[in-house]
Design a protein around this ligand. Sequence first.
Ligand SMILES: [Zn+2]
Length: 269
Amino acid sequence: MKSLIPLSIRRFLGVRYEAWQAARQKNRLLRSLAGDAVECNICGWVGACFTDDLWHPQTVCPQCRSQVRHRMLVAILDGKSTVSGASQADLLAGKEILHFAPERQLRERIKATAKRHVTADFDRGDCDLKLDMSAMPSVANASYDVVIACDVLEHVPDDRAAMRELRRILRPNGTAILTVPQKDPPATTDEDPAITAPNEREHRFGQKDHVRMFGDDFAIRLTDVGFQVTTLSIADFPPSIASRLILHPPQPNPHPLATNHRRIYLARV
Ligand SMILES: [Zn+2]
């Protein structure tokens, strides 16, 4: 759309103009989605429907960009699931937590309830620690009560080594809170270390930097390294909560790499 503001003034305002324009577009989007059918349990936005991501229509909060997995985890923390022992008070309150690839939608909430909240990432510069999850010699045994890693293990070449490391750094009775993209319908994990080209990885595993597409055996891999695993899915929420918070895509994508069915894994030491 052609701007009514002269180019010279837009150039003079620079970044501030771009920020103003982005805010204006966002406000227009939010107004167009006015309603009361869905709710984001992270930022509190209420509207007619969420916006689209690359794979699924109407699954992303237009205000905070939360996705299904973020809202499902927060719904669990809010005690909305039918599984006992999985609320914020059970999982996070007063705990020492190591949070990998910390999502801005979750970071402050987790920090607010934790005794200590340490962030980590392999690449990012905005975290407390730079860690390769599959080898963490700088982290002592039994250092944390909780590890959170949402959609991280599909990027890690040796995921079994990473699972062993997570178990090692957790204290007795500690919990790893994990999510991964999974094939839908789920099958066995598809991986091939020989596939290294980004385009081939995207074609085979769904994203340029993914090294595998997990299947239903993800929980078995966790069990194999000694974790006791509880898996939560949409079936563990009242239907009214699941449809209000959109814990499953309203229009599932039939593509074999579409991850329609998200789960939260509680892997206990
Ligand atoms: Zn939101």
